[in-house]
Write a protein that binds this ligand. Structure first.
Ligand code: ACO
Length: 424
């Protein structure tokens, strides 16, 4: 909807209003009319697309999926239901949910030859390296769902990705510890099945602990989508060229791996362990504030949230619940709570609006469940696959979609003549 215009130079540009959130200046004709580009590294002021999936108000600490607040979804919904919601736009009725869950459950097995693919990796490979490789390789195994112009094939590819990701992730873990791969068990929930494939062994029966299953499902919900973050934008950019969905999700996984994004929960837990005990916190706060020290408080700060990350609030409570129910007393949780309190009262963090983000507490829970830190980002990728495929589908169906092709402010040499090597 165009309500007003903004004058830039001597031209008026349309200003568009979303259903909620800041207005957006439509500058698509800006270069054609002014001969100038806009400069916005990191896209801090640039909307790259129109989307109806997820809304974030970073100042207020609000996160909505299709309008529903994340805390309500985390407390009352399930990951399967949130996946349906993100993909289809509305909450399912019981019949729709059962059908969707059944479809996902029946796509969890991997092509048998993919197991051979794993054996090509070193045993000490980081599981995210395996995820990038194996997910990218899916396009070599599922040719019949790579025609992106066919909505049915797009949906089949989306279901396959959501369904197979737990199997791929569990196999990455099993490979790293030298245990046999476990096939999926259709009698279990999406999350229960993942836990069994990860922690079960063929030698004995595995009982899914409902406390862990519920905490894990909550973590998956909290990571399902997050608007146009770096990895989602990567998926969209890769997809904008018409690349197949498996390749696009592999690109998203590669981006997510970085410590400023999905790698932060691994980094946050490592940092909390390094701090070790509350008495050492001031030393680390001082380092985080020191401009000459590259150290940052991992799990703190966010590009969009300038208030509490609403996901961190849910996870802070969930961490306490899981540790309590499992009867684990972890000094890392005490260190995390103390660090949070000290940082929230510190002028540096107050002025820069640095609050705990989703990664601050998730590592504490995942470690209590038994995951090694190298698996943390893998779990994030597993959950975020839902958001990635939903955003990718939205992009492909968008009539305004174009190949993503940013411009630049060129500061290199101007044209000069080539000099043969002997004359330089
Ligand atoms: N510790 C100490 N100082 C920080 C931190 C931190 N965690 N985060 C930001 N700052 C400071 C910066 O040094 C900078 O200071 P300056 O203005 O004096 O130069 C200021 O706050 C703004 O930081 P930017 O890096 O410019 O903010 P940006 O929006 O680009 O970065 C980011 C956001 C990458 C998340 C950053 O806060 C960070 O590195 N945090 C730690 C890593 C982390 O937890 N990442 C997880 C993000 S959530 C997710 O991906 C699910």
């Amino acid at each position: 909807m165009t309500d007003s215009t903004l004058k830039l130079g001597d031209k008026d540009y349309p200003v568009r209003k979303g259903s909620v959130g800041p207005e957006v200046v439509d500058i698509r004709k800006f270069y054609g009319q002014s001969g100038m580009f806009t400069y916005d590294p990191g896209f801090t002021s640039t909307a790259s697309c129109e989307s109806g999936l997820t809304y974030i108000d970073g100042d207020e600490g609000v996160l909505l999926h299709r309008g529903y607040p994340i805390d309500q979804l985390a407390e009352q919904s399930s990951f399967m239901e949130v996946a349906y919601l993100l993909l289809n736009g509305e909450l399912p009725d019981q019949g729709e949910l059962d059908k969707f869950t059944n479809t996902i459950t029946r796509h969890t097995m991997l092509h048998e030859q993919l197991a051979t693919f794993y054996r090509g990796f070193r045993r000490d490979a980081h599981p995210m390296a395996i995820m990038c490789g194996v997910v990218g390789a899916l396009s070599a195994f599922y040719h019949d769902s790579t025609d992106i112009s066919d909505p049915h094939q797009r949906m089949v590819a989306s279901h396959r990705l959501i369904a197979k990701m737990p199997t791929i992730a569990a196999m990455a873990y099993k490979y790293s510890v030298g245990q046999p791969f476990l096939y999926p068990d259709n009698s279990l929930s999406y999350t229960g099945n993942f836990l069994r494939m990860t922690f079960g062994v063929p030698a004995e029966e595995y009982h899914v602990d409902p406390v862990i299953e519920s905490a894990m499902d909550k973590i998956f919900i909290l990571h399902a989508d997050h608007e146009q973050n770096a990895s989602t934008s990567t998926v969209r950019l890769a997809g904008s060229s018409g690349a197949n969905p498996f390749a696009c999700i592999a690109a998203g996984i590669a981006c997510l791996w970085g410590p400023a994004h999905g790698g932060a929960n691994e980094a946050a837990l490592n940092m909390l362990r390094e701090i070790g005990r509350p008495e050492r916190i001031p030393e680390y706060i001082a380092r985080a504030k020191n401009k000459d020290d590259p150290f940052r408080l991992m799990g703190f700060g966010h590009r969009v949230y300038k208030n509490f990350d609403p996901r961190a609030k849910v996870l802070s409570q969930a961490a306490a619940d899981v540790l309590d129910k499992l009867g684990i007393s972890d000094p890392v949780l005490d260190t995390a709570r103390e660090l949070e309190q000290i940082a929230l009262k510190d002028d540096y963090f107050i002025e820069k609006k640095l609050y705990p983000n989703v990664d601050f507490y998730s590592g504490v829970i995942l470690s209590a469940i038994g995951f090694p830190t190298t698996m943390f980002t893998v779990l994030f990728a597993l959950a975020r696959t839902v958001g990635w495929v939903a955003q990718w589908n939205e992009m492909i169906s968008d009539p305004d979609q174009k190949i993503g092709r940013p411009r630049q402010l060129y500061t290199g040499p101007t044209q000069r003549d080539y000099v043969p090597v002997g004359q330089r």
